[in-house]
Design a protein around this ligand. Structure first.
Ligand SMILES: Cc1cc2nc3c(=O)[nH]c(=O)nc-3n(C[C@H](O)[C@H](O)[C@H](O)COP(=O)(O)OP(=O)(O)OC[C@H]3O[C@@H](n4cnc5c(N)ncnc54)[C@H](O)[C@@H]3O)c2cc1C
Length: 461
């Protein structure tokens, strides 16, 4: 008899976990309190971003679980080779992510989720939507899961027994709170003073040859309007539209949404070029009526219940702010790392889960920290001459010191072989060196500039 596992949460990470365990021959049941998102009748499919960026860690994790399925799951993604910075005058500047054309990829969240569910249908996985986990009883033998049936007006309860549980039920995980009753788990939760609102840039009516489609702005870049305390971003969708997200302080948004004209004036003043591509009436309407979503960071430790009874993956273990575009990538990597440990310990869950908790924590703490720091980089640093100069030296050193010097963004987004904690350590060392060299390089540049000035202004008559 194969061992039975309940995967709680059919979001992105839950689906990949289910696929991974199903491929290894476990008897998998995947639960979600929502209805099947592939049904036309399903309302409120997902409250988070409409599209997201998938990079090397996410793609490599998918390939490690099912190489062939990866191609099907990731169809329709749009490569983004850099950031396009929009300044206050409406000018645009491209800042490439990598020296060798490396790109992150924009992909529609529901397409990705639905494609993962379609792959799961090809396995023996039981999919149970409309089931909300409310309680777990931990026993030496089986874990008894209690579900409220959410599609049933009588709100009945159902109980099922499993050998173990994988909690992928997001930032407000019910699995995690049930585990906290059994395990001495450190836990922290922090809200950012930011809210986000999703806006929309429609496809153009006439195809633009320079963009090879109906895109109003370059689809091969992640667009950023950095305004220090707030910012707007936009990622392309395969139908030619862009999903744009406004991030700003809670109080500022509350002040703005008192009237439509106030919102429109604010948008025109701070993002002058968007009036050419976005319907400002629609944007103001969205500001006022759409949910102002909050951003929460979660950290906990350990991630398992001893004896291989349960483990937490994805946002349930490490919700982070979205500014490095790594939340899902990291969650996918969780699945890869866990399955590698299961193989290493020949399926001994007890050992694999314990080692996962011991070894994974430093990487998860590092990426949550890096994600927080990246808000400053995206909203502010990208406009600073000093930051851009440092980036140029960063790139130069990576060419000269091949392999031993790798820019942080490259390590995080394009090098799944470098753990997040190692990336953070290396980047901090590199930044110290760059800061140390900065006065020297500025000096050399200014001496060079002075000499050039003297040469140009020399009276040659
Ligand atoms: C604005 C924004 C932009 C982002 N952009 C990116 C990006 O570009 N790249 C990236 O890598 N990441 C990004 N992220 C992060 C990414 O969305 C998350 O890391 C990812 O969705 C986590 O997946 P998950 O499956 O762990 O959790 P979720 O997506 O939260 O899924 C959890 C699932 O569990 C279900 N559930 C919850 N409670 C229960 C219960 N009691 N019983 C049964 N089911 C339950 C929910 O219905 C849900 O389906 C972004 C996040 C935000 C907010």
């Amino acid at each position: 008899m194969p061992e039975s596992v309940a995967i709680i949460g059919a979001g992105l990470v839950g689906c990949l976990s289910a696929l991974a365990f199903a491929k290894e021959g476990y008897h998998v049941t995947l639960y979600d309190f929502r209805q099947d998102p592939r049904l036309d009748t399903t309302q409120n499919k997902n409250l988070k971003s409409i599209n997201l960026a998938i990079s090397a860690r996410g793609i490599d994790a998918l390939k490690s679980i099912d190489f062939d399925a990866c191609g099907r799951i990731l169809q329709d993604m749009i490569p983004m080779k850099g950031r396009m910075i929009h300044d206050l005058k409406g000018e645009q500047e491209s800042q490439l992510y990598g020296l060798h054309g490396e790109a992150i990829n924009s992909i529609n969240r529901s397409v990705l989720n639905n494609n993962l569910l379609d792959e799961l249908e090809k396995t023996a996985t039981d999919l149970k939507f409309g089931h909300k986990l409310v309680k777990i009883e931990w026993t030496d033998d089986k874990q008894i899961c209690h579900f409220a049936i959410t599609d049933d007006s009588t709100a009945s309860l159902q109980t099922e027994k499993f050998d173990f549980v994988v909690g992928c039920d997001g930032a407000y995980s019910a699995t995690r709170s049930q585990m906290q009753r059994k395990v001495e788990m450190d836990f922290s939760q922090e809200y950012m003073d930011l809210r986000y609102i999703e806006l929309y840039i429609p496809a153009t009516k006439v195809a633009k040859p320079e963009y090879n489609g109906n895109f109003a702005i370059a689809p091969d870049h992640l667009h950023i309007w950095p305004r220090h305390k707030f910012m707007l971003i936009a990622l392309a969708n395969s139908d030619g539209s862009f999903t744009s997200t406004y991030f700003g302080p809670k109080d500022q948004i509350s002040d703005l949404i008192t009237s439509k004209s106030r919102v429109k004036n604010f948008l025109i003043k701070n993002f002058p070029d968007i009036k050419n591509v976005m319907d400002l009436d629609d944007a103001a309407e969205r500001f006022i009526t759409y949910p102002k979503e909050c951003l929460v960071c979660v950290n906990c430790n350990p991630y398992d219940v001893p004896g291989g009874k349960a483990i937490l993956l994805g946002d349930a273990a490490h919700a982070m702010v979205p500014f490095y575009g790594q939340g899902m990538n990291c969650g996918f990597e969780d699945v890869r790392v866990l399955m590698e440990l299961m193989k290493k310990h020949f399926g001994d869950r007890s050992k694999a889960f314990a080692e996962y908790s011991q070894t994974r924590h430093k990487d998860l703490v590092s990426i949550t920290e890096l994600a927080k720091r990246n808000y400053k980089e995206m909203s502010h640093d990208v406009t600073s001459k000093r930051f851009l100069l440092r980036r140029k030296f960063d790139a130069l050193f990576s060419i000269v010191m091949k392999g031993t010097w790798v820019p942080l963004y490259t390590m995080v987004s394009f090098r799944s072989d470098i753990p997040y904690s190692r990336a953070l350590e290396r980047a901090e060392r590199q930044t110290r060196i760059l800061k140390f060299l900065e006065p020297l390089t500025l000096g050399v540049l200014s001496i060079g500039g002075f000499k050039l000035f003297k040469y140009l202004t020399k009276d040659r008559s």
